[in-house]
Design a protein around this ligand. Structure first.
Ligand code: ARG
Length: 855
């Protein structure tokens, strides 16, 4: 039934496509007499990464309209039949009425009057019974035209492949359509049909690419009847609006339709070639639907006949394409760093984002971004790029439309007059897609941005790790930064710096950019302007919001998919958390869960006294540590010792090195009113320690026995390796404590009882503190150890006034729980109980028993 013949002379006359007419063009199938010539365009004729087609190159291409506009593509396969994709016509499992659709044939530009085009109504839409969604295959449809198309130079059918037809892996084919030229970027006027050359990918090669997590952390299982075409490196592809259109391959002077544009994951992304419905497997279905219609579609035999078992590569490994952007020889040597020189102003730093475009803060070009006219002196602007001997000239300045009033949009794009050759340098930086999720813990670095001076000395001061969104919000939200609560992405990006600000050194740079690394590839993740400040920025505006604008303007900036998908529990920051207590100074008592950067106890300080003893200290405010006096000042010693404090060490073994912070103690404050032997000492540090997950102040307990809290004595077991240990304890009620120790305790003493077997966990000599975690989850300091005792602690609460007066920024929680002190009166206790039986545990047991009986 296959009718597919051609009229050699006529064709010769009308088909001067170079190479189209080779010796074998007159295939062995030419003996069949009548009829439908197929797959031969008239003389010379987005798609993403494609270009304008010449009129008449793809005469089978049709545009399917609904409601007066282009929706999908299709291909003419016979005068009364159009082949397209099922998903264009099925919504929520229901086939749309044929009457709503029309077919536009012979159209080239869809702008204005469709010259030379003609329109046909659709009388029927046929979809395979087993079609149930693009990703489940069988995504094809046949449209019967109400009246046959008028064939002519710009309206001709394409050839269909038989079921036995084989298209070899690697074949260069063409896809055509009026679809988007990039994700979410429609084809601009005058809507000229786009064409793009795509290579067929064998099933194994395509499956291999799709088996690697890609955009949205998705992988995909190809099904029989699907076909892939494109490139591992992406960038050329079909896109939204191309669906239903043809993928055609030339064989012996004819164009066969190998595929129907069906779907993809995004458009033109790396390792995500377009997926097409393979036409050959549907020969029988197509023939069945068009049965009786004359002339029907042509299915020319393949010439030469396919050899069965053509070596289609079957092995599972494939070459995964790696990003072409974001590679730096070493951190700080940025091959995308662009220096924009504008006459009369200081150089402005930006980043190369494609062959021809540089991204920089718009505020570098004040007065030049407000008017609609291009800056008059653009001719004199120059851009210096790494390893380029000569400066580049600038063709265009495109400021972000919100640049002048929104700091988060303080961006401008500069187009270079001539694209640069990308090599090791210059090389563009990668930009994140809007849905990019920078994993907490990602390694980041500050980089020059805008008007800055050379970044001073220690490169490590520029290093940072990314905080999770909750940490970012809770930790920095109240420090004068605007950090929205976690919710809809994109979130503010908060770096935690590895080294703290050096005292007295101010960072007088108004702009920073934040580069974050994923699998060795650097992304431009965020930007930030700062008022003159001595601190580095705490929260960055995410750049990913601007991806669509940047790709729209540049058409080819390197927007890259996420490379790391190892979402740990930190990554699943979906459920709502509440931030721990805040004061105007920020949060207190947060503890990373699980340990971010390996620091388990961010408020635990090692206090090194005179270089020999180590005591426990607790960070209570950015510049203050609380410790037990007896550990700091030894009996008999009259001199004030040399004391150093280390933070960010209290991790698991081995200790995290990178987050350590050390400070000198410049003064020791004691509560004078307590006379000679006050139990608590406040140590003033030489400079503030900015809150971060490795060094964070604890909350202070305002008094009373904390109700419903779990309490711990925190210290060290082994003085050598200093891995912190926590022993679970219960805080005894004041009455029990009072009775157990027979009223000999100074006021404000707390007694604890260790959980079974936990008594010996901490060494007493380091004066371990008593901490509790409240029901709300924040950690509070309740007491500091009293000399030589495991069970007795000096309560913090009675010293609230002194502590608050000495240190402005401490965080006392609002009062809760039982009051501490009972009315005087030893008669509440059974006589001679305490310590009588050797261990506090046994004594307490006896005591409880007596009190119970008494009561
Ligand atoms: N489903 C799209 C449409 O309806 C076609 C998408 C093709 N996408 C791709 N990346 N190849 O127009």
């Amino acid at each position: 039934m296959s009718q597919h013949l051609l009229l050699p002379l006529a064709i010769l006359a009308i088909s001067p496509i170079p190479g189209a007419f080779q010796d074998s063009a007159l295939s062995p199938t030419q003996e069949e007499p009548e009829d439908l010539d197929c797959g031969r365009p008239e003389p010379s004729a987005r798609i993403m990464g494609g270009s304008d087609a010449q009129p008449g190159t793809w005469p089978w291409q049709v545009s399917l309209h609904q409601g007066g506009g282009h929706i999908c593509g299709g291909s003419l396969i016979a005068p009364s039949w159009v082949l397209s994709a099922a998903h264009c016509f099925v919504t929520n499992g229901t086939l749309e009425p044929a009457a709503e659709w029309s077919v536009v044939l012979g159209v080239h530009s869809q702008d204005g009057p469709l010259d030379g085009a003609h329109v046909r109504a659709v009388s029927a839409i046929l979809v395979p019974d087993n079609y149930s969604g693009v990703e489940r295959g069988a995504d094809l449809a046949l449209l019967r035209l109400a009246s046959p198309a008028r064939l002519g130079p710009t309206v001709r059918p394409v050839c269909l492949p038989r079921a036995s037809h084989r298209f070899a892996h690697g074949t260069a084919c063409w896809a055509t359509g009026w679809g988007d030229i990039q994700e979410a970027d429609p084809l601009p006027l005058p809507w000229v049909l786009q064409e793009v050359e795509l290579r067929l990918l064998g099933e194994a090669a395509c499956q291999c690419l799709y088996s690697r997590p890609g955009p949205f952390n998705l992988t995909f299982q190809l099904l029989p009847g699907m076909l892939c075409a494109g490139y591992p490196e992406g960038r050329r592809d079909t896109c939204q609006g191309d669906s239903g259109g043809p993928l055609v391959c030339e064989e012996g002077g004819r164009w066969f339709q190998a595929g129907i544009t069906s779907f993809g994951f995004g458009c033109g992304r790396r390792n995500r070639p377009g997926v097409f419905t393979a036409v050959a497997p549907y020969e029988a279905w197509i023939r069945e639907q068009v049965l009786g219609s004359e002339p029907g579609p042509a299915f020319p035999t393949q010439s030469p006949e396919p050899q069965s078992g053509l070596p289609e590569p079957t092995d599972e490994n494939c070459t995964i394409a790696l990003p072409e952007c974001g590679k730096a020889p070493r951190p700080g040597a940025w091959p995308w760093e662009a220096q924009v020189m504008v006459p009369g102003s200081r150089p402005c730093y930006g980043a190369l984002v494609s062959e021809s475009w540089v991204l920089a803060p718009a505020s570098c070009f004040p007065g030049r971004i407000s008017s609609d006219l291009p800056p008059h002196d653009l001719d004199n602007w120059r851009v210096m790029l790494p390893s380029r001997p000569r400066a580049e000239r600038v063709a265009r300045l495109v400021p972000h439309e919100n640049a002048s009033w929104d700091d988060a949009s303080n961006l401008a794009l500069l187009q270079l007059r001539a694209p640069v050759n990308l090599s090791a340098a210059p090389r563009p930086v990668c930009l994140p897609h809007p849905e990019h999720y920078f994993l907490p813990g990602s390694r980041c670095r500050l980089a020059r941005w805008g008007h800055t001076e050379p970044v001073p000395g220690a490169g490590s001061l520029l290093e940072a790790e990314l905080l999770g969104v909750w940490w970012c919000h809770c930790l920095y939200g109240r420090q004068g930064e605007s950090v929205p609560p976690p919710g809809e992405p994109p979130q503010a990006l908060c770096p935690a710096y590895q080294e703290e600000e050096v005292a007295g050194r101010c960072w007088n740079y108004s702009h920073w950019s934040l580069l974050c690394r994923e699998e060795g590839t650097w992304f431009l993740a965020g930007i930030r302007d700062l008022p003159n400040d001595c601190l580095r920025p705490r929260a960055f505006y995410p750049l990913q919001t601007h991806g669509p604008w940047i790709s729209h303007v540049t058409r080819g900036a390197y927007l890259e998919d996420q490379l790391a998908w190892d979402w740990g529990p930190e990554g699943e920051e979906t459920e709502t958390q509440t931030c721990p207590p805040h004061t105007e100074h920020g949060a207190c008592g947060l503890r990373p869960e699980p340990a971010l950067m390996g620091v388990l106890w961010p408020w635990l300080a090692e206090v090194h006294v005179a270089g020999e003893r180590v005591c426990t200290g607790i960070l209570v405010a950015p510049g203050w540590v609380l410790a037990a006096t007896h550990c700091i000042l030894r009996l008999g010693s009259t001199t004030v010792p040399y004391i150093e404090v280390y933070l960010g060490r209290a991790g698991a073994s081995p200790l995290p090195q990178s987050h350590q912070v050390s400070r000198l103690v410049i003064s020791i404050r004691l509560p004078r009113h307590l006379g000679l032997r006050p139990p608590l000492a406040l140590l003033e540090l030489s400079s503030r320690v900015e809150p971060s997950p490795s060094a964070l102040p604890i909350c202070l307990h305002p008094g009373g026995t904390p109700l419903g809290a779990s309490c711990w004595v925190l210290g060290w077991k082994d003085p050598q390796d200093r891995v912190p240990v926590a022993a679970a304890v219960s805080i005894l009620t004041p009455r029990l404590c009072h009775c157990l120790y027979q009223g000999i305790l100074p006021p404000g003493t707390l007694c604890v009882l260790y959980a079974e077997g936990q008594e010996d966990r901490c060494e007493v000599t380091s004066a371990p503190p008593l901490l509790c975690q409240t029901e709300e989850g924040s950690w509070v300091l309740v007491g500091m150890a009293i000399r030589g005792s495991r069970e007795l602690f000096a309560a913090i609460a009675p010293e609230e006034t002194w502590i608050s007066q000495t240190v402005g920024e401490v965080h006392f929680l609002p009062p809760s729980g039982f009051p501490h002190w009972l009315p005087e009166g030893g008669d509440l206790c059974p006589p001679d109980m305490a310590r009588a039986s050797g261990s506090p545990r046994a004594a307490l047991f006896l005591l409880l028993l007596t009190l119970l009986i008494q009561g």
